[in-house]
Design a protein around this ligand. Structure first.
Ligand SMILES: Nc1nc2c(c(=O)[nH]1)N[C@H]1C(S)=C(S)[C@@H](COP(=O)(O)OP(=O)(O)OC[C@H]3O[C@@H](n4cnc5c(=O)[nH]c(N)nc54)[C@H](O)[C@@H]3O)O[C@H]1N2
Ligand SMILES: Nc1nc2c(c(=O)[nH]1)N[C@H]1C(S)=C(S)[C@@H](COP(=O)(O)OP(=O)(O)OC[C@H]3O[C@@H](n4cnc5c(=O)[nH]c(N)nc54)[C@H](O)[C@@H]3O)O[C@H]1N2
Ligand code: SF4
Ligand SMILES: [Mo]
Length: 758
């Protein structure tokens, strides 16, 4: 698409930035804004580079201003449909993250015992040669699938997707899949024939009613979603929040439903009952686009608000009223699919109920409902066929997910070697299921592990099981930027250059107007660090994968890809860092073709696929285990200024929110003799402890659960700001419940009590 550049002054830039944002929000803006002026505190020549933020997996487009080799400032890129010129607090912390003095600075090889954290600094040559030798030995002895590759953050493509597939291991996994969105995407696949995608495709501009099941927008501080939420609310859209806790979103909502944890499927089924009984659904839409309506009607006949009230502990009238609020606004009403959906182990069925409600509302492909997103077109860099195919799944907008119209939809990467457990229908690799094969002595074992940008001991439940695995493995390579807890267990450490210091794979974002984002370095890598693409290539060349790494430079790689869309690195930079394509968002854009890619070509209210696999073809409410006496259900979530367990050490973010708090109902706290600010420890049923953590006694949470932000309570002496601060939700997760449909790990089935001392 042709771009016109504007030369504007700083004053105009801020004014135009807002106007540009509005224009982009409304569709394709023909204008690309530039960032010609220095931040006010700069002296010297300013360079502007374009990037996508890596402070969380959301990937807002940013413009980075540097002077004399020093990064001074990041802004939201006004051309970018995700950031629209704005950033969240974490994004603003990007510069501080890069200049964190605790960063890993040099490649290292272990000298002490695993877990001791003793290393010697080595050259890249030695680190790469040694790693190549070790993984080749594993391949020789056990086969290529015996190397597992875990990856996340926005640069994991080179390891989890590209290297893994070229090398030939199907055992590549991402926490963003089976510890996050796999139930949601699998349920969407089963119901509509495509996954939700990274950006929940709500048609925010015109929506009149949005319901949130969990989904704590505001604390879950995804920039775009917060902007859309605020705009929709300002326009008068009705907001319904279902959450056992009075979340930030609940505080902004018209209705708050303080549901009993784990009972959402009952509420959703009762909403279906009311929509059908009161004829508040889109009958014509369902007749034309859906199958299984009669079975659904019969299924929910007795699942009334009164039935659900007894299960959810919500008043029946509130259930009925909220169903009416949605039904009266159809098709401009929908439930937000949400993102983190691995809750109780029956999560695909809960998510299917969400998609069934949205279908009854006639939301899919309708203005003000849910649009159909589309992946941008771009060719991949030519390479020989992969040894195994299917990416490791996870967010479908992971940069470089080789998206073209020919690729099948849905999280892929299900290929397993013989003997591996089949725990899902067709979803992405269930990463947490790959830990047991690391501990076993079976001939099918995982003997080697590459961890790229995954906070292994803080992200994966059952961390003591993970430590068993780390003791047993033949070889561990960790690629990270910080001395996180698991680094002490690695045999080799590759320190990566942060996102502001490197080129990277393009980010291809499925959206209403699909778009491509670039990442170019603002400054050269600090210390003796290296970009991930270069590590993967150097390793590839050492293990006989030359044919997959034919490009000499990353610029050549990126230019080749960009040529297929009539661009280049230079042109893309000059156009403002983003390439926007046309979408196909509404039913009318499809003509006679069906947008639903299920086996029937229709929305499957009743799923034959599930029935054939032995699962309920229409969702059924299944109770979850109750907390034992004296224990509370442990709920967890986000705080606005931190990402997972990654930013707790970032100086400016640590200053704003140094440690987490334990939300507990005020009356419960009083009955236990605790007041606001008291320091307590938490103990789970297995006797594991974490803390100390401050009590936040509040009426904003139900009596049967406690809540805290994920990511704190880290134990790594190398992290001067994060070490020992607050309590760890992960360390309380001595178990998880597997969702047999998606492979997701339900993590809200752990219970804790408050104790004194650790
Ligand atoms: N600041 C910040 N924002 C982030 C992230 C981050 O690390 N930091 N991470 C991003 C990522 S990858 C993800 S996946 C998302 C996660 O964020 P979401 O997708 O919003 O996660 P949820 O688990 O849906 O939301 C947590 C909320 O669910 C409520 N809850 C707990 N149990 C139940 C229940 O049984 N029923 C109902 N209805 N509600 C319940 C909790 O009280 C809490 O308010 O956040 C994204 N945004
Ligand atoms: N207990 C518990 N577990 C959870 C969750 C929870 O809420 N509670 N949330 C789940 C969800 S929704 C998700 S999506 C996952 C997230 O899981 P992870 O992605 O593992 O979470 P982070 O803690 O952000 O870990 C990112 C790691 O990448 C490193 N890193 C940062 N930048 C770079 C870089 O540029 N290069 C490299 N190589 N490394 C880098 C960080 O130092 C850190 O070690 O966790 C899941 N697990
Ligand atoms: S939501 Fe915030 S942290 Fe995440 S990519 Fe956007 S600006 Fe960065
Ligand atoms: Mo996530």
């Amino acid at each position: 698409m042709a771009r016109v550049e504007l030369d504007i002054t700083r004053r105009q830039f801020f004014g135009a930035g807002l106007a540009g944002a509005a224009a982009i929000g409304a569709g394709n803006s023909p204008l690309a804004m530039r960032y010609p002026d220095p931040p006010w505190f700069a002296t010297g020549e300013v360079t502007t580079t374009y990037n996508y933020c890596d402070m969380c997996p959301w990937k807002c487009g940013i413009a980075v201003q540097s002077v004399d080799g020093k990064v001074l400032k990041v802004d939201g890129n006004v051309n970018d449909p995700k950031s629209r010129g704005m950033l969240c607090g974490r994004g603003q912390g990007g510069v501080s993250f890069m200049y964190d003095p605790d960063r890993l600075q040099s490649p290292m090889i272990r000298t002490g015992e695993r877990g001791e954290g003793k290393f010697r600094e080595v050259t890249w040559e030695e680190a790469l040669d040694y790693t190549a030798e070790k993984i080749l030995a594993i391949k020789e002895q056990y086969g290529p699938e015996s190397l597992a590759i875990f990856g996340h953050t926005t640069g994991d493509f080179w390891f989890t997707d590209y290297f893994a597939q070229a090398w030939g291991t199907p055992n590549a996994g991402k926490p963003s899949s089976s510890l996050c969105l796999s139930p949601r995407d699998e349920a969407c696949n089963l119901t509509l024939g495509y996954p939700v995608g990274a950006h929940e495709p709500m048609d925010w501009d015109e929506i009149e009613c949005v319901a949130f099941i969990g989904s704590h927008v505001g604390e879950d501080s995804r920039n775009t979603v917060m902007q859309d939420f605020i705009d929709a609310r300002d326009r008068g859209a009705q907001i319904i929040v279902v959450d056992p806790r009075f979340s930030t979103a609940a505080a902004k909502a018209d209705y708050w439903l303080p549901i009993k944890p784990g009972t959402d499927t009952a509420l959703l089924l009762a909403w279906v009952n009311v929509l059908i009984e009161e004829n508040l659904f889109d009958r014509e839409y369902i007749d034309q686009y859906a199958v299984g309506y009669d079975e659904l009607e019969a299924h929910v006949k007795d699942l009334t608000p009164e039935w659900a009230s007894a299960i959810t502990e919500l008043p029946a009238d509130q259930i009925r009223e909220t169903a009416r609020v949605m039904g009266q606004r159809h098709p401009k009403a929908a439930i937000m699919p949400g993102r983190h959906t691995t809750w109780y182990g029956n999560d695909s069925q809960r998510m299917r109920t969400v998609f069934i409600v949205n279908s009854l509302l006639g939301a899919y492909g309708r203005r003000g409902g849910m649009y159909f997103d589309k992946s941008p077109f771009i060719d991949s860099y030519p390479h020989p066929p992969f040894a195994v195919t299917g990416s490791a799944g996870g967010c479908s907008a992971e940069p470089g997910a080789e998206v073209s119209d020919e690729l099948p939809l849905g999280p892929s990467g299900k290929a397993r070697a013989d003997g591996a457990r089949e725990t899902f229908l067709r979803g992405a690799t269930a990463m947490q299921e790959l830990i047991d094969p690391m501990i076993t002595d079976d001939p099918y074992r995982i003997a080697g592990l590459i961890v790229y940008g995954v906070n292994l001991l803080n992200s994966v439940p059952m961390p003591s099981r993970t430590i068993e695995a780390l003791k047993k493995l033949d070889f561990i390579l960790a690629v990270d930027v910080l001395p996180q807890e698991h680094i002490a267990w690695a045999d080799v450490v590759f320190p990566e250059a942060t996102f502001l210091e490197r080129y990277d794979e393009l980010s291809t974002v499925p959206y209403k107007t699909p778009f491509i984002q670039m990442r170019e370095p603002a400054v050269a890598p600090l210390y003796d660090t290296m970009p991930g693409w270069q590590m993967a290539r150097e390793l590839g060349l050492r293990v006989g994968l030359d044919a997959y790494f034919k490009w000499e430079t990353i610029e050549e790689y990126l230019d080749t890809r960009l040529r297929s869309v009539g661009s280049s690195l230079e042109k893309m930079h000059d156009a403002g860092g983003v390439l926007i394509q046309d979408g196909k968002p509404y039913l009318e854009d499809f003509g006679d073709e069906s947008p639903f890619r299920t086996p029937s070509g229709k929305i499957e209210l009743f799923s034959d696929e599930l029935a054939e696999a032995g699962f309920d073809p229409i969702p059924v409410f299944e109770p979850t285990e109750e907390p034992p006496n004296g224990y509370y259900r442990l709920l967890y979530g986000r705080v606005p200024v931190h990402t997972f367990a990654k930013t707790q050490n970032t100086p400016v973010l640590s200053d704003v929110y140094p440690e987490n708090e334990l939300w507990i109902n005020e009356d419960e706290a009083a009955s236990l003799g605790y007041e606001n600010g008291d320091r307590v420890w938490l103990e789970n049923e297995a006797g594991d402890r974490t803390g100390p953590i401050s009590v936040k006694a509040t009426q904003r949470i139900r009596k049967d659960a406690v809540f805290m932000a994920h990511g704190f309570g880290q134990q790594s002496e190398g992290l001067s700001n994060a070490n020992g601060r607050g309590a760890s939700d992960t360390k309380m997760m001595s178990r998880y419940k597997l969702d047999p449909i998606s492979g997701g790990a339900g993590m809200r089935i752990n219970f804790v009590r408050l104790v004194e001392g650790g």
